[in-house]
Each structure stands twice: as structure tokens, then as C-alpha cells.
Design a protein around this ligand. Structure first.
Ligand SMILES: [Zn+2]
Ligand SMILES: [Zn+2]
Length: 355
């Protein structure tokens, strides 16, 4: 195999494109064939003619971009022939149905990682190790300051917070993204929750997709319903919520009805909480849980090492990781090197874009 020819997967203005297979991976625009790594909105967009994804993630994809899309869901590991290549999906451990895409042409194997993590997460299948010649890896947390305890079980800590807040008449409001993070929190709370977790409406349908797949999640009740019940109370004055655990997207902080929650403490669940980063809302949260959807620095490195890839393309404009990998002797490049004109300039040596 030669590195001198056109890349099997090129970076185009519509996203990653495999010409030999006639498909895009997580295209930014409408295309004919879209291979989708997972249903997050920066990966799954409307308008394509045909979608391929993991069967477990099909419900989420439809819930996100439309019930009437033409979409096929495949079990992990199924070999799918597209043009001159064979692709297969392998668990990325990121959210339900998330996948790394393995692309095989003859003896050449590429993997596009999509978003991935290797932390404990009872809401989805664990990350699967896949070997390849060329790896295109995400690098959201691609600097050494992002390292956390990957064996951490968060359910117990969240349950303790719930109990101590309830003892003083407060509610816990935990902010996390509505797809993936919210359901992971519900799965981690499952063994501990003594009453339903109140969830914001935007989380409900996605949560149903997880339940339909048989994932064990804490019982839930719609926040809006719980508030309305309190306000309609026939007995005495309006009842404010008390001792509840509320799961909502951060956007509700900017909505006027947040005042209807009574007394509450807030927390944010994100990898960005590592190192005291409060995600641009300095001081707005009482607590932070370091719960990430993405691999930390150590797991990015471990995954790259274990893939056995001789050439690595790093997404998210991450120069730190590229430089680090080069020091280790890995032929690493920023993703932009996959633009065909740039790739043509790649020989057996690194082009030294990062000096
Ligand atoms: Zn994602
Ligand atoms: Zn992403």
C-alpha cells in the first residue's frame, strides 16, 4: 500500500468523503449517501438522500432529523459493501449507537473515529478497539491538562448530593446535554434513585429511545408536569418543588420560569469541569461533575497507540496532540492534510505543518 495516492477518505467542504465508496461521513450538507457516526447535531444533519447508521442509534437519528428519512440501521460489526469498499460500524462508547467507521479497500484499512470515550457508561455499549493503518481521530480533550479518573462511578456522588440537598429543602438541578449526557446520568442514577428524576421536555423523547433499546435508566417524570401539579394544588398556597433531582439542558438558566423551581443548587456535568473550567459561565454553578462524552488526553493516546495506525489525522485543529504524536514517531497530521491538494504533498515524511 502507498501513502502517495489520493486519500481513501478526503476532507471536502461537505465533510469527510470516501470517493471509492461514494459516501460521506457525518456530512455538513445534504449528500446522496451519509454514513452517520452518531445523532449529535454536529454529526447528523438533515437533507441527505440515504443514511446509514448503527441499528441502536436509528431511533435517535430519526428523532433528531426526521421520522421520514431513508435510513438503514446495522448491528455493530456488520460488513456493508459500498462501491469499492467495505465498511463496518464499531462501538465508540460515546452515546447510544455511536460508531467508529472502519473502511476497508483491499489490504488498506482506515478508521474514522467519530466522537468516542472509554470511561464507564452504563447507557451505551463500551468502546471497541479497532486496528487500522490510518486513523482519523477526534481530539476534543487533546491537551495533557484534561485527564480524569476514568473508572469513576458518578451515580453514588450524585445520589449523595440529592440526599443532602433534599435534607435542607432544596432541589438539585444538574445541567447536561439532552442527548447522551442526560441518559448516562439517568443510567448512573438507576441503582440509587428513590423517586423519579424530573427531566426537561427536550430530554424526554431521546430518553424514550434509550428505554426502547432496553437501557436501564432511573425512572423519570416531566419537569413541566411536576411544576404544573404544584401550581394547581388545591390545598393551600402554591407548592414549590422540594427535594427533587432535576435534569435539564443549560439553556433553562436563561428562561424566566427557572424561578418556579423554588430553592435549588446547580451543577454542571462535563469534561470541561476538569481544572475548574465552568464552560464560560464562571461561578454560575454550585458544583461540577467531571463527566465527559469524550476521551481524555490519556485515552486519546491509548486509543491511537492500540489502533496500531501508522498514520494519524487529528480533528478539532489540535496542534498539541499532533506535535506529541510526532515526538513519539507517529506520522501525525492535522485533519486539514486530508484535503486532496494537501494530501498530494504528503510523502513518506511529515510535511512539518506544525514545525
Ligand atoms: Zn458527539
Ligand atoms: Zn462531535
Amino acid at each position: 500500500m502507498s501513502f502517495f495516492t489520493a486519500p481513501l477518505v478526503a476532507l471536502t467542504e461537505k465533510g469527510l468523503f470516501c470517493e471509492a465508496g461514494g459516501f460521506y461521513i457525518d456530512p455538513h450538507r445534504a449528500v446522496e449517501v451519509a454514513v452517520i457516526t452518531h445523532a449529535h447535531s454536529d454529526h447528523a444533519r438533515r437533507g441527505s438522500q440515504r443514511y446509514l447508521c448503527v441499528d441502536q442509534g436509528l431511533g435517535l437519528l430519526k428523532s433528531r432529523i426526521g421520522k421520514n428519512i431513508v435510513a438503514e440501521g446495522y448491528p455493530y460489526g456488520t460488513r456493508i459493501k459500498l462501491g469499492e469498499v467495505t465498511i463496518s460500524f464499531h462501538s465508540a462508547g460515546h452515546i447510544l449507537g455511536s460508531a467508529q467507521v472502519r473502511i476497508e479497500r483491499g489490504s488498506e484499512v482506515w478508521v474514522a473515529s467519530g466522537d468516542y470515550k472509554r470511561d464507564f457508561d452504563p447507557s451505551c455499549d463500551p468502546f471497541e478497539r479497532v486496528e487500522c493503518d490510518t486513523l482519523i481521530t477526534e481530539a476534543t480533550f487533546g491537551t495533557p491538562k484534561y485527564v480524569w479518573d476514568k473508572s469513576a462511578r458518578h451515580g453514588e456522588a450524585m445520589a449523595e448530593w440529592w440526599e443532602s440537598s433534599a435534607a435542607t429543602g432544596k432541589n438539585c438541578v444538574l445541567f447536561g446535554y439532552s442527548l447522551g449526557k442526560a441518559q448516562r446520568i439517568l443510567a448512573e442514577l438507576y441503582p440509587y434513585a428513590k423517586k423519579p428524576v424530573l427531566i426537561h421536555g427536550s430530554i424526554d423523547e431521546l430518553t424514550q429511545c434509550y428505554r426502547a433499546d432496553g437501557r436501564k435508566l432511573a425512572e423519570t417524570k416531566l419537569l413541566e408536569t411536576a411544576i404544573a401539579e404544584g401550581e394547581k394544588s388545591l390545598f393551600g398556597p402554591e407548592r414549590k418543588l422540594e427535594g427533587e433531582f432535576i435534569l435539564a439542558p443549560p439553556s433553562i438558566l436563561d428562561q424566566s420560569w427557572i424561578s418556579r423551581l423554588g430553592n435549588y443548587e446547580t451543577a454542571f456535568a462535563s469534561g470541561w469541569m476538569q481544572g475548574g473550567n465552568t464552560f464560560g459561565r464562571q461561578g454560575r454553578y454550585d458544583r461540577g461533575f467531571v463527566i465527559s462524552d469524550h476521551a481524555d488526553w490519556e485515552d486519546l493516546n491509548r486509543t491511537i497507540r492500540e489502533s496500531g495506525a501508522r498514520r494519524v489525522f487529528v480533528q478539532h485543529r489540535n496542534g498539541t496532540l499532533v506535535r506529541h504524536l510526532r515526538k513519539l514517531g507517529i506520522d501525525a497530521h492535522p485533519e486539514e492534510t486530508l484535503i486532496s491538494e494537501n494530501y498530494a504533498r504528503l510523502g513518506g515524511e511529515s510535511p512539518g505543518l506544525f514545525g
